[in-house]
Design a protein around this ligand. Structure first.
Ligand code: ADP
Length: 471
C-alpha cells in the first residue's frame, strides 16, 4: 500500500509534543512492514530544514483568498528518517521557526493544506490512502471532497487521527473565502457552532477517524469541548488505536543521551549512574527518591497542580523525596515553579524550556514519573518511562488508563489515582515512597516494566487493517 501522512510535526524536523514522535514512527514502521509510507509537513525556518538537502518535486503557486503565494514541494534527499519526507516551502507564509503560536496560524495551516492538495492533484503517483493528523490537516478531507479543483482526489480514502481533541483550530466563517472554491451547499461540512472547525470538519468528511487510545475515544463521547454529539453520531467510523514508541530511538541499552546505558540485567547500577549525573546537574541528593514531570505546562497535563503537590509531599514525607520538572507552557506557572525551586532548592529543581537530551537523561535517571493529567489522549511519556525502568504515577484517564496497571491490580506495576487533585497526587507519592523503601519489590517492578512491549508493530498492523477495510 502507498500511504501519505500529513502532519504539522515530525521528529526531529519539528517537535512540540507527542504528535511529532508518532508522525515520525508511523511511516517508518509502515515501511518496515513492507509498505510505502511517506509524510509531508510544513517547512519551518529551523536548523533541520536549513541543513538538509532537498530536491524540488513541484513548483507552482496558489491563492489564499486574494493573495497569491508561490510554493515548492521539496523532498528530503537522503531518507534519513527511514521514509521519504516532503515539505511545503511557501515563502512569505511559512517563514517561522515553530509549528504554532503565530498570529496567522489559520493562514499558515490552510496554505500548507492547499499546497498539499494542489501537489496531489497534479501528480500521477497518487497514494492509496491519505492519513491526516490533528486539526492542522483537518480541512483536507473536506477540500478533497468538495473543492472543485481537487476532484481528481475524490476516490482516495482519508483517515483522520485525533492526537489531541482539545485543539480544534476553529476560525471565523468570515474567512471561508481563504478555502479554494467549493460547493456552497456543503458549507455545513466545514462548520461547528457557527465557526469553521477543522477538527469537526475532518470528523465529518474523513472515511474513518481514529483516536490514539481506546479509553480516549470513549471519553471524547462524553467530553470533547462541544464536539461530543458529533463524535457520538460518527462513532460507527471511529476506532481507538493505542500509540506505540520507537524502540530504536528510545532504548536505554543504546541511548547516546544517557550517562550510562543499561538493560534489564544492569538496570539498578545503570539507573544509579544516570540518577547521579542528573542530580549533580540539578544539585540534588541522589540518595533520595526522585520523582519527575516532563511535558507541556498546561492544565490538560495537570501541571498547575505541581507546585502545591510538591510542597505538600516534601513536608509530609519528611524530605524523603526530590522532584524535577522539565517543561514549558503557561508563563505564570513557569514563574511559580522557578520561585518554588528557589524556596525548596534541596528538594525541587526545574528546567523551563524544551530539551530532548535532558528528557532522555531524566527518563533514565528518575525513580518515578508523575503524570497527573486531566486529559491524556495516549501519553508517550509513561511508555518511555516504562522502557527506562521508571515507574509511572498517573491519573486513570485516556491512554494512561489503558497502559498503566495499578500495583493493587493483578500484574500491576504503576500507581494510579482517579481524579487529578492535589490530595490524590500527594497520596500517590506516599505510595511511591513505600514502594521505594521496599528495595526488593521496587527492583523487581523496574525489571518487569522494562520488558513490556509497546513497540509500533501492533498499532501499525491495526492501521494497515483499517486502510485495507476501506478499499
Ligand atoms: P503531548 O503530545 O500531549 O505533549 P505526549 O506524552 O504524547 O504529550 O508526548 C510528549 C512528548 O514530548 C514526549 O516525547 C516528551 O518526552 C516530550 N516533551 C514534552 N515536553 C518536553 C520538554 N520540555 N523537553 C523535552 N521533551 C519534552
Amino acid at each position: 500500500m502507498n500511504i501519505l501522512h500529513i502532519s504539522a510535526e515530525c521528529y526531529p524536523a519539528a517537535k512540540v509534543g507527542g504528535l511529532a514522535d508518532v508522525a515520525a514512527a508511523l511511516p517508518k514502521y509502515m515501511n518496515k512492514a513492507g509498505h510505502k509510507a511517506e509524510l509531508i509537513m510544513p517547512y519551518y525556518n529551523n536548523k533541520f530544514f536549513r541543513d538538509h538537502s532537498w530536491e524540488v518535486v513541484r513548483e507552482s503557486d496558489f491563492n489564499l483568498g486574494v493573495t497569491a503565494y508561490p510554493y515548492r514541494i521539496l523532498k528530503e534527499k537522503t531518507d534519513t528518517l527511514g521514509f521519504t519526507l516532503f515539505t511545503t516551502e511557501i515563502p512569505g507564509l511559512l517563514t517561522e521557526e515553530f509549528p504554532y503560536g503565530y498570529w496567522n496560524d489559520v493562514q499558515r495551516h490552510l496554505g500548507f493544506q492547499i499546497a498539499v492538495a494542489d501537489w496531489l492533484s497534479h501528480t500521477s503517483d497518487l497514494p492509496d490512502v491519505i492519513h491526516c493528523h490533528d486539526h492542522h490537516s483537518g480541512l483536507l478531507p473536506f477540500m478533497i471532497d468538495y473543492c472543485f479543483r481537487y476532484n481528481s482526489l475524490k476516490d482516495i480514502p482519508t483517515v483522520f487521527t485525533i492526537h489531541n481533541g482539545s485543539y480544534h483550530g476553529a476560525f471565523s466563517r468570515d474567512q471561508s473565502s481563504l478555502i479554494p472554491p467549493f460547493d456552497n451547499w456543503k458549507t455545513g461540512m466545514l462548520e461547528w457552532t457557527n465557526a469553521i472547525n477543522p477538527m469537526a470538519s475532518a470528523i465529518k468528511c474523513c472515511w474513518r477517524f481514529t483516536t490514539v487510545s481506546r479509553s480516549y475515544l470513549q471519553e471524547l463521547q462524553q467530553y470533547a469541548l462541544g464536539l461530543e454529539s458529533l463524535i457520538v453520531s460518527e462513532r460507527q467510523k471511529s476506532l481507538g488505536i493505542l500509540n506505540g514508541i520507537d524502540t530504536e530511538l528510545w532504548d536505554p541499552a543504546t541511548d547516546s543521551y544517557l550517562e550510562k546505558n543499561y538493560t534489564t540485567d544492569t538496570v539498578t547500577s545503570g539507573k544509579i549512574k544516570n540518577k547521579s549525573a542528573l542530580c549533580e546537574e540539578f544539585g540534588l541528593d541522589p540518595e533520595k527518591m526522585l520523582v519527575v514531570f516532563i511535558g507541556r505546562l498546561v492544565s490538560d497535563k495537570g501541571a498547575d497542580l505541581l507546585p502545591e503537590s510538591i510542597i505538600q509531599s516534601v513536608s509530609e514525607y519528611e524530605d524523603k523525596v526530590n522532584f524535577i520538572v522539565l517543561g514549558s507552557g503557561d508563563g505564570r506557572l513557569e514563574n511559580n515553579l522557578t520561585s518554588l525551586a528557589a524556596t525548596l532548592p534541596a528538594s525541587f529543581q526545574n528546567y523551563i524550556g524544551y530539551n530532548e537530551k535532558l528528557a532522555h537523561l531524566i527518563y533514565g535517571g528518575a525513580d518515578f514519573l508523575l503524570m497527573p493529567s486531566r486529559v491524556e489522549p495516549c501519553g508517550l511519556n509513561q511508555l518511555y518511562a516504562l522502557r527506562y525502568g521508571t515507574i509511572p504515577i498517573v491519573t486513570a484517564t485516556g491512554g494512561l488508563k489503558d497502559t498503566v496497571l495499578d500495583l493493587a491490580m493483578a500484574g500491576g506495576f504503576g500507581i494510579r489515582f482517579e481524579e487529578a487533585v492535589v490530595r490524590n497526587i500527594v497520596n500517590a507519592i506516599g505510595r511511591a515512597v513505600l514502594l521505594f523503601e521496599d528495595e526488593e519489590k521496587f527492583s523487581e517492578i523496574r525489571k518487569q516494566i522494562m520488558t513490556i512491549d509497546h513497540s509500533w508493530q501492533h498499532a501499525v498492523k491495526e492501521y494497515l487493517d483499517l486502510y485495507s477495510s476501506m478499499k
